[in-house]
Write a protein that binds this ligand. Structure first.
Ligand code: SF4
Ligand code: SF4
Length: 358
């Protein structure tokens, strides 16, 4: 029995020029540290399995010996238990591309990388190799990060490799500007889930936030994605509160109307990460109360809600624990997950991973 992290032993995260165990380091946002890197420079090379695990063991051994790698300090994922120490991978994140067909005002992707990562390395060969070597567990989680997955050139191949054949549970953030039939099949026939940040209930607000005039197209595509009961359940519609753009109940009610019309039940409420960072992760009462009201209205209309947060990963850090959005939520409202552990609730959006409860 000792303290360690599942991802340090069984996780892989493919960045655009390195390979890490996970996508987030809790110290990252505080002093610029990177997540635990398995390869500092990585560009899609086939890695012999022994070599991969030897490198992963370097971090795992620090935990085993009672320590904690610097990159993992304060991470909420650390837990004390009997670790199996077996060699397999069961959580993969792909975030080595960042091209997108939207231009959201809150996007944290480095747009300068768009051009560069449009030529990013191919990931299918290395994942196929790992699959053939038997180190990727069936039923694993595949999280897509980066830019817009539906325009990534290996989108269809990856969906075929992992999703449609039910090899993995796949989590895809998509802006739904481009419809992918394979993605729909994966939602309808297998265990693939999409998160669509609509952030609005009207074309005007959508355009101001997403900075593309694609509201109507997104509506059409959402209709296609929501065509069956199973595919509808696989959709999370997200409302990111963007101060001064959509921070009002009127817009949120229009958003709910759309969700209702689509038959989508599962909603996510979040706040613009830039706002929280600029404000040192302290959220003004106005937004806490607004989100509380949004939650109440949604619950009354039989939606399910989840709250995501950029700073959730820092909840083990005293500073963040003291007065962050989430703890204030917990103090101020009762919502359906009230009794469950905080750490099961949130995703470190885009760079991170959330354990979905389906
Ligand atoms: S940073 Fe956190 S999630 Fe990543 S390997 Fe370390 S403890 Fe695990
Ligand atoms: S859809 Fe996602 S990746 Fe694209 S601009 Fe918006 S936040 Fe960024």
């Amino acid at each position: 029995m000792y303290k360690s992290c599942h991802l340090i032993q069984h996780g892989l995260c493919f960045f655009n020029d390195n390979l890490a165990a996970c996508c987030f380091s809790p110290v990252d946002q505080i002093d610029g540290q990177l997540p635990p890197l398995i390869y500092e420079k990585y560009w899609g090379e086939i890695i012999p399995v022994d070599e991969l695990f030897k490198r992963m063991d370097k971090y795992a051994d620090v935990f085993k010996n009672g320590g904690c790698p610097r990159e993992c300090k304060n991470c909420y994922k650390i837990e004390e238990k009997d670790w199996d120490n077996k060699r397999y991978i069961d959580q993969i994140t792909i975030t080595h591309f960042s091209m997108c067909n939207a231009d959201c005002i809150y996007c944290t992707n480095n747009h300068e990388l768009w051009e560069r990562t449009s030529n990013t390395y191919s990931i299918v060969p290395v994942l196929k190799y790992f699959q053939e070597q038997g180190i990727i567990k069936k039923g694993c989680e595949l999280h897509i990060g980066g830019g817009e997955f539906t325009i990534y050139r290996e989108c269809d191949e990856l969906l075929e490799l992992f999703a449609i054949n039910n090899y993995a549970r796949v989590f895809v953030p998509t802006n739904a500007i481009k419809y992918s039939h394979n993605l729909f099949r994966a939602m309808d026939e297998a265990n693939t889930y999409i998160i669509v940040s609509l952030d609005s209930g009207s074309r005007n607000t959508y355009k101001k936030i997403k900075r593309v005039d694609a509201f109507d197209r997104v509506m059409d595509n959402l209709k296609k994605y929501a065509a069956t009961e199973k595919s509808r359940e696989a959709i999370r519609l997200k409302y990111i509160i963007v101060p001064t753009y959509n921070d009002n109940i009127g817009e949120f009610k229009k958003f709910l109307k759309i969700a209702k019309k689509l038959g989508v039940r599962n909603l996510i409420i979040d706040i613009d990460a830039r706002y929280s960072r600029i404000n040192n992760y302290k959220i003004d009462d106005y937004f806490v109360n607004l989100a509380k009201r949004m939650n109440d209205i949604a619950i009354k209309q039989n939606f399910t809600t989840e709250f995501y947060s950029f700073f959730f990963q820092n909840t083990n850090n005293k500073e963040f624990k003291k007065d962050n959005f989430i703890t204030r939520f917990i103090k101020s409202i009762k919502f359906k997950y009230f009794d469950k552990e905080l750490k099961e609730l949130y995703i470190h959006h885009r760079y991170g991973a959330k354990r979905f409860k389906y």
